[in-house]
Design a protein. Sequence first.
Lengths: 481, 322, 408
Amino acid sequence: MAAPNPPLTSRLARLADGVPLVLVVIAEAAWTSVLVGLVQEWALQRPAFGLAAMLVVVAAGVVVARILAPRLDGRWPPVALALAIVAGAAGWLASADARGLALAGDLPAALAHNPGGWFAAIALVRGYAHAGPEPDDGTVNRLLTFGIPGLAIASAVGGMIADPWRSEFLAETLRAAILFVSAGTLGLAFARLTAEGGSGVAWRRNPSWVALIGVLVATAIWAAIPGSLMTGVILSWLVALVLTPILILGVVATFQARNRRLVVIALFASAIIVGLGRLAKPGAPDVPLGAGSAVGVPVPPEALPPLVTVGLGGLGLLLLGLVILVLARLWMRQLVPVEAGIDETRTIDLGAAAAPTASRRRPRRGLFGSEPRDAVTAYLALLDGLRSSPSARRDAETPAEHARRVGRSASTKGAGVALPLLAADYVLARFGGRRLTAHEDARAIERWRRLRRELDPRPRQRRWATTAREILGPEEIENRY
Amino acid sequence: MPDPATDARRLWSALRAAVGQAVVGADDALRLVAIALLVEGHVLVEDVPGTGKTLLARAVARALKLDSARIQGTPDLLPADVTGSSLLEGGALRFSPGPVFTNVLLFDEINRATPRTQSALLEAMQERHVTVEGSTRPLPEPFIVLATENPIEFEGTFALPQAQLDRFLVRAGIGYPDAAGEAAIARRYRTAAEPLDGIEPVADGPAILGLRDRVREIHVAPEVEAYVVGLVRATRRHPDVSLGASPRAAVALYRAAQAAAALEGRDFVIPDDVKALARPVLAHRLGVDLDRGLQGVTADSVLGEVLADVPTPPVLEPSATT
Amino acid sequence: MSAQAVVAVLLIVLGTILNVSIAIILGIASLLLEVVRLGWARRGLGDLEYRRRIGRERLNWGEETTLAIEVWNRRRLPVAWLRADDAAEPGLVVRERSFASGEMGLSLRNVWTLAPHERVTRRFHVTADRRGVFQLGPVELSMGDLFARRAAMEERPVIDTLLVRPRTVPVTPLRRADVWGGLDRAAAGLTEDPARFAGVREYAPGDPIRRIHARASVRFGRPFVKRFEPSRDREVVVALDVQTEHGRSWDLAYDDASVEALMVMAASLSRSLAIERAAFGLAAAAWSGAVRRFAIVPASAAPGQLERVLDLLARLSSSPSAPFEALLTLLARTLRPGVTVLVLSARNPGPMARSLRGLMRRGCRVQLLAVGPEAGANLAVARALGIPGVVARLDGPWRTTERLELAG
């Protein structure tokens, strides 16, 4: 039976439960901020507010919908529309220029200022879409499905405008795109997990998974940025490599296999040589990548050649890979708390036949300290000293059974045949009524000394066992191991 | 004089080799038969048809130069069909001994015979004589009954009463051989039409009788005695048991353990001997509560719990090293 | 190639051609995530072990047994979610959880999120709300990929069967003539019971030699043989009439409460007979999972007889498979003279009177146990027809009854 669930209804746990929603809100705010920026850029104006403000608006949409929609029921749609219009107007009036012109009575001019601000209405409406207790996986899936190509299209459209608006827009869009992909992917994963398993399969019960997908998403983005500089080269390689081998392979089809292998090897070598040669030529990135560093993206500055960019990116990838391994290792051995109401036990089983050894307490001192005087007392002393260890003899075990069990255990194989022989001496003396010679007694005592070394466990404090002890309690650990 | 353990060990080795020429994969059952021979006990064999029960009985008889006979249990079997009866011949009565007057009696499907016929056998098993029409006639020595029960058939069968079950020293089963054994069995009939023909006697009745008396001398330490008694008493205290093992069971286990030690070549009994024989000796003597039986409790499961609960010697005291 | 991957490649290609870096970045990131996801999902459920263990396969009604469901992620990577839907039949009850309803019916649903190499065991307690044979399984396993999208699904033919025997309650003793030492003698018998010596008679050609009574022959100077009582087996057969409805749909419709009450009574009677160490059996005109129309456990006093009878009662259908009269006719042909037949029925015995008299003519002792709201009237009809009987009544609904009373 598993130990009772440790209390997971703390404030921290409740806050943690809100993380998926926060991620989805970030994703919504990211793409709507791009929309605002695009409109402003085409109006040749700077946005009056950025991602942070959109976060607030989307969050407000969530809160308002959660509070008002159930209460208003049939009246909610018109109220929702009205609130959206209000949000749009507030977004428009966030621009000081627009406010000034409006207050001055020049409404047409005011409307021409900060047109993107009206798209705050869309942000609020997007907040309505996530009013449920948990983010809906279908909604978030559609968000990502349309959002990614939408952002790409927005950046393509925005790239047509002249600088300085273009550069600023693209820099902001890059940041927003990274946030959108990261937050959206993670939020979708959490939403799907909740949709499949309900509250009983909360993401926080599998920290290794959370860590892994987080690192994977980060790694993908890390790889994408330097990779974007190489796509032109790679595409040209692909084109060259696809056409040429088709021609050559058609010719070598009549050759022997050995010759074909040689041709293929030669082609590979040529491709590598050509590729390295092209890498030596710097390309001209269209994105002022230095602006991306504000969000912590290790983007190389424009002056760096692509080779260094790739090198830094590769180093980043290597470091991320190490982080994945370390995290996975760290998290792997942690026992997750059991689900409330269900008798559940979780262990980390690497596939070994024997149960993992828990930390063993050192046997009581003093018992091994008093020297036995013959085979019988030597055997009894050994049993007494092993009382608290896994090698302890069970009450219903005969000496032979005990010796066999201890001998089978992987952790005590070093005991060899000493225990069966000591047990046999005991049996002969005690049950057989034999009087052993002094030599036989001495030999038995020597076996006792050896066995107390071999079977005297050193405490091995493994992290996961300690964690198990914290979660399940010492009694449960003793029962299991 | 050689010690009984050495002789018993030699006998066991020879018997196993001899019987093994005809019977494959029945070492455990043969060991129990040998134990029963050495302690004047009888064997209840519970097994499905075709596993070699008859062959085992006949092989043992041949290897020990003993007479053997077989009775098929049927509902119309009379007690006189077992013990024998007087025949009228030329105006005088002549006693015609029944098949029970043999050394090794195989009683097939004893649960098909009526309770009255079973009782006639009971007297023979216990008293080693039969009383027919007022005359008591002793049975030959050694005398052992191997009674078989078919666990599959239940229609037309009678459950052996507890009193009779208690008379059997051990309950054995042969079981199906493994694949290699089954192939060996089939091959055996290729070399000889009758596998028993190849068995040479390794001992005889007087040798068994002499060894039997000496097996009583096998040493049993007080702790092992206490262990035997502890096991038997624990069966009576078990909550799932309506009828525990009797004092006769304790004697049976005690003596069987002596015989088992002798067959191993030891002149003293160890707790392992007792543990190994606990199920064959005690399981058939236990009566499981009816309702607990419906819940899946069996005599074997009860004994498993008893064996796991009763401490075996040495029983450690807090200051065991003084 | 998935749609997401296609979109990602398009973004990369178009972004490259149009020199839109953000599109390329989005495309590469999406493509990498998609590749990882597909590569992970390709492994399917192969490294996921599932095991179900049921504590006991046979239960008495009202008992619980343990059910352990164990899953093991043998991979080095975590599993976002693994869902196991164990198909369950109506009537099964899991104490800790309700069944989920789906397209394929009821299922016991468990979902886990698994760390690398994690083994999880969940323990439940399962019982049934009625007698019968219940199947648990097969199990449908489905799994999410790294990003929790459904990646694989498969059905594993892991099936457990739970047999739930009917309730048994104490029974007031039934005075039966089959009890050993009784004074009743069978009207006729085809065989002689060798256990009941009844005297000697003169030897007639054809008598078996072993029957010769030696002392009597010597005394009289001519051969005399032993004479035995006609065989009167001390056996009891409970003949269960499952039919509770009349009219055209007599074999399709049934009154569930009445049928279950009959089963409880039959089981309780059998248990009572087992306690008395009588040789007893069961016969019913109901389906039991075999092709035969009649379900019969021949009378026996062998160990395990009560278990066999209760197992059969657990399997019996609630509707009859054939007219009960046909079963009685069969029993009249096959039972040995002297067998006691306890007929458990909730119907008017009129239509079955002929068959019952046939049994009595065969030398069987018949006793009707009238059941149901019209038991009294049915008993009166039976007695008028010369068929002895009593009223059998549970002291409450079958789920809560404490005793089976036989009166009259």
